[in-house]
Structure formats: C-alpha cells, structure tokens
Design a protein around this ligand. Structure first.
Ligand code: PA5
Length: 456
C-alpha cells in the first residue's frame, strides 16, 4: 500500500493555457533526468537518506528510553524549533488521537505531549500552568546546540528542575538530542550526565524527522517507529527509479519547478484530513527553507502555503479558482479514514437538508475534495493530488521520504544548495547581537546603520 501522485491536472491538456505543455514537459523531463544523476552523485553527503536503513541499534535504544519515559511521567515536553519541532508535531498529529492531551490516561497510549517551538513569554509561562514538573520529562532538541530560542527554554526548564530537585536529578527529567560534537548543548549534556541522542552528520534540521529528533517523541507517544522507517525505505526505493514516470518524488519536483518557470511562485499544500494539518507545516519549512535561495544574481524558490480541506474551501479556494495564475495546488487526500461516521436522519421532511442523511462524513469530505479539485481545474489552475491509502505509520514514513526527496530533486533542478539556510543564520546572528552575545558586536553596528524607520 503506497501513496500515489496524480499529476494530470498540471498539464495544459487538462487545465488549458496555464498548464504545462507537451514541449515544456519534455524539456522538464530532461532536467529531471539530470537531477537524478546529480543527486545520486551526492548520495554520500545526504545522509538523511540512510536513516531508514542504518538505525537498528539506535531504534532499540530509543524504544528502551521511550519505555522508561512512558512509565515515569504524565507529560513529555519537547523544547525545539523549526526542524527540531515541526516533524514531531506533524507525526503526533497524524498518527495519534486528535485530542490526545484531553483523553483520560487510560485511553491515551502515552504521556501528554507538548512541543514548545516559540519564545512567546505568555506561552512559556502557560506551559507551567498545565504541567507538573514532578511528573514531566523534557526533551531538548537542537542540532546546532546553540539556537537562542531553544537555549532560553532550556535555561528556564533547568532552573526550575534544579531549584526543585537539585542538579544531580536533572538526568532523571531531561533528555538531550543534538550534534555529537558541535554547539553548546552537548557540553551541558555531558556536564549533567543527560541521556543524549545524536543528530547524525549529513542530516540537516528539516531533514531530521526520521532520526532521534522525531523518533524519540514518536516512540514516547506509542507510535510504531520501525513501521514508519519501513515506509520511508519503500518510498526511497520507489523514488530512486530512473524512469521519471515511475518516480513520484522526481515527477513532483519536475512539475513544480516547471510550474515555477511559468510563474507559479506559490505552492499550496491542502490536506483533506485534520490529521495531516501539521504535515503541511512541516512541508512548508522543508520546501521554503531548502529552495528559497540566491542563484548568482537571481532568486529562486516558491512560497509554500498551507491550507486545510475542507475548512479553507470557505476561506482560500475563491482565490485558488478566480485569483491569479501564480500558484499550484497540491491536494493531499486520504482514501480510507480510520473512522467512519454516518450523518444521521433528523429532519427528513426537509429534502434540502435531508439529502445528506445516510451518507457518511467520509463520503462528504472525499466528495468535497473531488469537487474542489474539479473547480480548480475548471478555472485553469494547475493542481495535482497525492492520495494516501490510509494515514498510518507506514504511509506517514512514505510521505516524509517522498517530500524530502521531492525537495532534494527540486534543489538539483533549480541548481541551488537545498541544505543550507544562510537567511535563517543571519537572523540568528542578529538576535545574538541584540542580546549582547560576545563576538557579535559588529552585527549590532550593521543593524544600527540600517535606514531610519518610516513610522506613521
Ligand atoms: O532546517 C534547519 O536547519 C533549521 O530550520 C533548524 O531546524 C532550526 O533553525 C533549528 O535549529 P536547531 O535544531 O539547530 O536548533
């Protein structure tokens, strides 16, 4: 059982003049073939592709730690941001009960789960209103080991735990996930004897969901991480095929980059399942941060937009149909939802409402997806559909690898480095300067020299 990609509606034969013509398709195919070759040449650098295959020992360790966490706490809190947070959120939302934290303990297959991925002071304070440090285990995740947001959260949590239980008990309540050498967290972890997991070399933040960054939080919440990795392995093999017609990630990258050339600067991902809502957030970071780059004097990239079907039909779809031809829409559908829910009979005497009765919510959401797909196509806008047979650990593993590879292929086609993030680093450095970190005084001068404010 694997995901499929239907790209018919990207083509001009389906959507008319704003679609990809046969000639453009053939040209894009050649670029895609070259991208396949150049990505293969980088194989030993893109170590995130090894993750489905080389983690037997680490998975054992993760499962053992997860068992300890599950049996010793009521709440599990991830401290992290960007690639150290979005994957854990997406996978938890996809694979566990949508109201996980509100479920009574006996119906919840693990502790309550929180991911703190911001430094809004109100949110930080609010966390301590809902958790009890006595029954909480924290997992601080930062590949670089130096991100200010995560470090500020870590300091807050450490102070609280040290004041309550003493330094020697930090290791009972705090787990670190970081680089084995670089950054500040590794030193702190060693100093306090924290259980530590490593982000392997060649696995960048936004490509790290399938390493301990994502696997530990998932395992703590009872998710079958081995099956997730098996799904990723299957997709890795499928998306290594030479024939672009049989390689969905390469096809996705090829069509999306061809669409960018035609002015599609916006790429909407619209899952038709609440369980996949945060998957769109994870994808948005992956696509934006990997592909939004300078290429010589040019700028490339595509702005990812996250939408939710059917909710955003009543918010965004007007724009997607009658608005400018500057976007593609990718529908993310589910063939079989995990629950079937029938719309009951209640007002049989009113046929304008009663027609719904006897149908299921499943039928309704699928019909709305197909109807919206039709409306977007009929209005001449390029779109495609990724269909998951079901949302499961296996298909989520597939979807993660699918988008990682699509992003990597798109990076090759665009001729940019998909694995750096100089723009993000610049913001991080400016923050250091503003908060007085030693060595960043020059940056402060740079900022002060910027144009005077124009205020109204
Ligand atoms: O993809 C990336 O590399 C970034 O978005 C990082 O995930 C983000 O900046 C957080 O970095 P770190 O995990 O080093 O704290």
């Amino acid at each position: 059982m694997r995901l499929t990609l239907d790209f018919t509606n990207m083509l001009s034969r389906a959507v008319g003049e704003h679609g990809i013509t046969e000639e453009e398709f053939d040209r894009a195919c050649k670029k895609a073939e070259a991208a396949l070759v150049s990505l293969r040449a980088k194989r030993d650098k893109i170590r995130w592709r090894d993750l489905p295959y080389n983690q037997t020992a680490i998975v054992r360790e993760i499962k053992a730690t997860a068992e300890w966490v599950r049996s010793s706490c009521e709440s599990f809190v991830v401290l992290g941001i960007g690639g150290s947070a979005l994957g854990p959120i997406a996978v938890q939302q996809a694979l566990n009960h949508p109201r996980w934290n509100e479920l009574p303990r006996e119906k919840r297959n693990g502790p309550k789960f929180y991911v703190e991925d911001n430094v809004d002071p109100e949110r930080m304070a609010a966390l301590f209103d809902v958790i009890d440090p006595e029954t909480t285990i924290f997992n601080v995740i930062t590949k670089s080991g130096s991100t200010s947001e995560t470090m500020a959260q870590l300091l807050t949590v450490m102070r609280t735990l040290i004041d309550l239980y003493g330094e020697e008990h930090l290791k009972d309540r705090l787990i670190a996930t970081t680089d084995c050498e670089k950054g500040n967290l590794i030193g702190i972890a060693k100093q306090y004897g924290l259980k530590t997991f490593y982000v392997p070399e060649g696995v960048g933040g936004r490509f790290s969901e399938l390493c301990p960054v994502g696997l530990l939080p998932a395992a703590v919440c009872g998710i079958d991480i081995e099956t997730m990795l098996a799904g990723a392995a299957l997709m890795d093999a499928v998306c290594d095929k030479d024939d672009v017609g049989k390689n969905p990630a390469l096809m996705y990258a090829m069509l999306e980059t061809a669409a960018m050339e035609k002015g599609a600067n916006v790429g909407v991902l619209m899952p038709y399942a609440d369980s996949l809502k945060y998957f769109a957030d994870w994808y948005a970071q992956l696509w934006a941060e990997s592909l939004g780059k300078k290429r010589g004097l040019e700028r490339v990239g595509q702005t990812p937009v996250k939408a939710l079907g059917v909710t955003d039909q009543h918010s965004q779809v007007q724009l997607y149909t009658d608005g400018p031809f500057d976007k593609t829409v990718t529908f993310l559908g589910v063939e079989k939802y995990r629950t079937e829910f029938t719309i009951p009979h209640a007002v049989d005497e009113n046929p304008n409402v009663a027609f719904l009765s006897g149908h299921t919510f499943n039928e309704l959401i699928s019909a709305e997806r197909r109807a919206t797909e039709h409306a977007v196509t009929a209005s001449g806008h390029m779109n495609k559909t990724i269909l998951l047979p079901v949302v499961s650990a296996e298909t989520i593993g597939q979807l993660i690898m699918f988008f990682e590879l699509a992003t990597a292929y798109a990076g090759e086609i665009l001729g940019i480095d998909a694995y750096d993030q100089p723009g993000v680093e610049e913001g991080k450095n400016m923050t250091y300067a503003l908060l007085g970190k030693k060595g960043y005084e020059g940056k402060l001068g740079e900022m002060n020299r910027q144009t005077e404010r124009s205020l109204v």
